[in-house]
Ligand binder design. Structure first.
Ligand code: PLP
Length: 372
């Protein structure tokens, strides 16, 4: 699905030097590389505060901890997302309330959020799924009107731009009260292990987030709240600092791969190519097709026999996961989420896609649908 080996080979001298520099200076924890990267990322995103942490799941957990919610408070999340988005809500004894998504953008919208609103609702966690922003202007208006916090799960869309109705743009993850991301190796900005970050323009929240991520201490050995231990390693930060310089080029490379797939598949009636919203750029963390003839699983088998990797993100709605059974009535279903879980397939997309490999993938998909 990704080619992280070629990507490394193309940056090898720079990356190797950055890693040896951290080793030579033994600045493994909170070293200058962490400050340099978080400063550069905050400049890139145009956001006041970037706080590194150990992974994208911790980022979500710490963000929610900083909001000061009480057990039983409800947090609305899309049912069609990676488990981490909702897992941390349950972990903090908050109640995840799962809502449907739109069939075209795969993201949730305010009409869907509205249905889940109760007087216990305290926050929304929109997910910018597969690399495209949710409609943040509408979501922020809705959140303000109902006094809700917004934490953007931006693990899949770092670098994407959201355009407001007045023409202004902002990077995804910087629009809500807090944004979070993951630097898992296969993410659009990935490190060589685990990593994550939290963004905010709110000075008070930033202070709390820093404190929570650092054992709840403001001053060494003086602990104000129960926190956790979640840091971005210096080695990972040094790698990310180099890769950040290439992020826009990486996004461009992904978009070019998506454009080529779109062009090839537009005449296959059984396939719906990814929708591109007017209000967002799409940085294609995944290239996700909808197979409209019920043959998704047959296509997976066919690709497998032809040595083409593919993925299903996501095969099971969150409310049907055993771990989340206590948050959903038996038989609870969300129609679009159900349909997507049955019909989506994601094809290989990454920054080092060779044209002949993509041609091969396209030709096999065309063959499956008998258009050759
Ligand atoms: C990857 C991902 C996460 C979690 O990130 P980790 O670094 O693996 O903990 C959270 N939310 C979404 C939508 C993701 O894709």
């Amino acid at each position: 699905m990704v080619d992280l080996i070629s990507q490394y080979q193309n940056l090898k001298p720079e990356i190797d030097q950055a890693i040896s520099e951290v080793c030579a200076t033994a600045t493994f924890i909170n070293g200058p590389a962490v400050k340099s990267f978080t400063d550069n990322l905050s400049q890139y995103l145009d956001v006041q505060h970037v706080i590194g942490c150990a992974n994208g799941t911790d980022a979500l957990q710490i963000a929610l901890m900083a909001l000061g919610l009480k057990p039983g408070d409800e947090v609305i999340v899309p049912a069609f997302t990676y488990v981490a988005t909702a897992e941390v809500i349950g972990l903090l004894n908050l109640t995840p309330v799962m809502v449907d998504v739109q069939a075209d953008t795969f993201n949730t919208t305010i009409d869907l959020l509205e249905k889940a609103l109760t007087d216990k609702t305290k926050a929304i966690v929109p997910v910018h799924l597969f690399g495209q922003s949710a409609d943040m202007e509408a979501i922020m208006t809705f959140a303000k009107a109902n006094n809700l916090f917004v934490v953007e799960d931006n693990a899949q869309a770092i670098g994407a731009d959201y355009t407001f109705s007045n023409g202004k743009t902002a990077k995804t993850g910087t629009i809500g009260d807090i944004g979070t991301t993951s630097f898992f190796p296969s993410k659009n900005l990935g490190c060589y292990g685990d990593g994550g970050a939290i963004f905010t323009n709110n000075d008070e929240l930033a202070k709390k987030i820093r404190m929570i991520a650092n054992h709840g201490q403001k001053k060494k050995y003086y602990h104000s709240v129960i926190g956790c231990n979640s840091r971005l390693d210096s080695i990972q930060a040094a790698i990310l600092d180099i890769k950040l310089k290439h992020l826009d080029l990486y996004s461009k490379a992904r978009i070019a791969v998506a454009d080529k797939y779109d062009e090839a598949f537009k005449n296959i009636a059984e396939l719906k190519t990814p929708f591109r919203a007017k209000y967002s750029t799409h940085v294609f963390h995944q290239y996700t097709l909808i197979v409209q003839n019920g043959k998704r699983d047959e296509l997976i088998e066919y690709l497998k026999t032809n040595d083409i990797p593919c993925g299903v993100y996501y095969p099971v709605p969150l409310y049907k996961q055993e771990a989340f059974s206590k948050y959903a009535e038996p038989g609870f279903e969300l129609q679009t989420t159900e349909e997507l879980c049955r019909s989506v397939i994601s094809l290989p997309i990454h920054t080092e896609m060779k044209p002949e490999i993509q041609d091969y993938i396209i030709s096999k998909v065309e063959k499956f649908f008998n258009v050759l």
